[in-house]
Design a protein around this ligand. Structure first.
Ligand code: FES
Length: 105
């Protein structure tokens, strides 16, 4: 069973930015949106850019390559909510940012 894993400290990720972390053989993008943190799959389903390199604002990250926009709360593609990428549970424990990432099937 997957457990929460620490990936960074609060303050490591500047507001409006993301960072990618390898957890359970997956790349996870963790974003700081106005002081709140969110975790989604780092892989853009369009052509595979790292979403963690995108800018996040008001709950939406724009892919750095062609600007597809995804909700960092639930992973939905803003232009077609029927398409969704994975989102992961995230919690703050003390000064640590922890994510819960099930192993890839
Ligand atoms: S690779 Fe992300 S929008 Fe094209």
């Amino acid at each position: 069973m997957a457990e929460f894993q620490a990936v960074a400290k609060v303050g490591d990720i500047p507001e409006g930015q993301g960072r990618a972390f390898a957890v359970n053989d997956r790349m996870v993008a963790v974003f700081n949106d106005g002081g709140e943190h969110f975790a989604i799959d780092d892989f853009c389903p369009h052509m595979g850019a790292a979403l963690s390199d995108g800018h996040v604002e008001k709950g939406v990250v724009a892919c750095p390559w062609h600007a597809w926009r995804f909700c960092v709360r639930d992973g939905t593609w803003c232009d077609n909510p029927r398409i969704k990428i994975d989102r992961f549970d995230l919690r703050i424990e003390g000064d640590k940012i922890e994510v819960l990432v099930p192993p890839k099937r």
